[in-house]
Design a protein around this ligand. Sequence first.
Ligand code: THG
Length: 787
Amino acid sequence: MNRTKQLFSQPLLLDGAMGTMLLKHGLKTGERPELLCLTAPDAIEQIHRDYFAAGAQVVYTNTFGASGLKLQGSGHTPDQVIPAAVAIARKAAADFGGLVALDIGPLGELLEPMGTLPFEAAYGQFREQILAGASGADLIVIETMTDLQEMRAALLAAKENSPLPVFCSMSFDEGGRTFTGCDVRAMALTLEGMGADAIGINCSLGPFEIYPIAQELAQWTNLPLLIKANAGLPAVENGETVYKIGPEEYARGMARFLDLGASILGGCCGTDPRYIAALREAVAGRSPASRQKVIRSAVCSPSQVVELDRARIVGERINPTGKPAMKQALLDGDSSYLARQGIQQAEAGAHLLDVNVGLPGLDEAAAMKQAVKALQEVLDLPLVLDSSSPAALEAALRVYCGRAVINSVSGKEESMAQVFPLARKYGAMVIGLTLDENGIPSSARERLAVAKKIRDRALSYGIPEERLLIDCLTLTVSSGQHNATETLEAAALVKRELGLKTILGVSNISFGLPAREALNQAFLSMALGRGLDIAILNPNNKGMMDAFFASATLTGQDTSCAAFLSRFAGESETKPLPSGQDMEIGHAIARGLRAQAREACLRLLSSLPPMEIVNRHLIPVLDQVGRDYEEGRIFLPQLIQSAEAAKSAFELLKETLAKKGPQTHSKGAILLATVEGDIHDIGKNIVKVVLENYGYTILDLGKDVPPAAVVQAAKERDIRLVGLSALMTTTVPSMEKTIRLLRQELPQCKVMVGGAVLTAEYAKSIGADFYAADAQQSVQFARQVLG
Ligand code: THG
């Protein structure tokens, strides 16, 4: 069978865990598993063979962590490790007629804005791996990602540097979100848009826990679905991580995914060839259920999906037209002003935000990119990228995480030739303006004809109808009274005859006339009354918002009047955000606005001593943010932004205290380290930022720290609390060793532990005093120990 055909045979069986097998083959703690491709190629080949023999049709190369970043310090590079790994898999595959997937895992460092790794640097890492391995592989798999932006970087790198099909899978927790808060629906919209060939879920959970998440995923994509579940949830027995379910039960759980129409199945942590053999038997002779075509108009950020299935508001305020302060902010590169304008509109009820930064004399591509990054740092509303410059649109689309809207393409040949390829490549929705080389047609019928031309051209680029919005263009009634009715008629025709969604900028209707608000509100109501889907307006204008909610209720778009009631029954009174001048410190921190947090702190310093500010302002808001995080109201990116904003206030207080005298107001010192053999320090770094914000001094020993080094540093600095982190199952024993040594040498010193593979039960069994499931919990324990 030819390889491509084989790849889409149904069901397609993948292999099981590599790491689990390496452990069974005696991989030592802390050893980089990928280096075994160089030092023990026969062992790796045997694992591949065992999986093929069990029935796998595809094996993943042993390159999960073979990025330049992760191999740093190993004495080897991706160029050495990856071709060797691919050759080994290829050799095993040859005897079975099997396929080889170049495996790519996470880089182990957080990307901006959660961490410090820039998007393009992550892209460069993935590109290096793809160039090193794709030529020898049959497909590329990007797996176990938890950050949608990192997944995007890898997928772009794969698509831009190789012709191979790309399968993408991410790891979710039971709530259906990844560690960074990415929603499974957002993953589907984003990755399908960007050209992934199959998407799915791997690791973290067993088949039974993954099932409901996969069910949701199946509702949001037409791509083949991939599931590579763990052998149940991990538990600790006699100091070892074990997975709870055996091959038969596993296979039963996995075979259920056929009912959802999932067609690509394999195993992750805890599985071995017996699991794959059982799975082969369980699916023998069965086909995946046929799936209904999914048609959805929706946009998203990583953590928020906005479905365009009812009337929606696009906030128009990030636009320099007629706004001197916005102009100045753009010229000064003051992103925090843009961020504040965005937050204000979000709080006023906007569902999407238009971003227009076009100004003469400004590098629009650079400004767009900066604006998108600044807005996504503090907000989860999907963005509408408003520019006539293809270069600016591409700069923005490249870094935008999620599915954006391009504003706009027109019926001009040049515009369509420039914009549709971008919409296709980055998977964006696109607004089509009903104008062409001859300008804006005056009649509704002619505008409909332009809309049809745009629709047909979009389809020819592979952009489906549900990703199109048509703007029939609002012209001011001051230049012709028929303008309003012609625009409304055109929009109604587009909806009725083409079945496309419509959007209008509302306020243009009243240019050059008095009492603009009255006209704008009436026009908005009329447009919604005739079925307008999306209105671009100023959400800070209460009259317009009232008209919007009232109209949406009267047209029945607002199901059960839910939005209307929640706006007017006092449930969620939208309170306007104070402008920069008097923004309270709590609000600035909760919103992740660093400069504002510092400014507000400076103002407080005129009336309060520094430690009072910490106790009365910083700590309560951090506690609130921590609770919001634990209870799922905000996600990791916001938690980190808030912590950073608090840090900028805290730094100001530290400077003030330093000036006043040498006494330190630290609440005590805490030693943090990622244990020996483990080079993942994401978790530890988050804990560090959070603890510093609460006024603790952190002695950070970094990653891969030997037990003796921890003990020595703790002795020298008279440390009363040590925090240890381990992310890999293979390094947990060295955590246990460190605790044992600490107990011997410093019996009074307390130890808290955390990390992805740990549980409270296991933490206890290795002698820790406290298990911190997340950064916030480490604060609770620090308080107990140090006050
Ligand atoms: N269709 C699409 N996109 C659009 C428009 C549209 N983008 C831009 C614009 N029209 C919608 N956005 C704005 C942004 C700012 C203003 C109006 C529309 C604006 N209004 C005040 C005024 O009218 O004088 C300026 C001063 C102020 O608000 O204080 O600035 O139609 N697809």
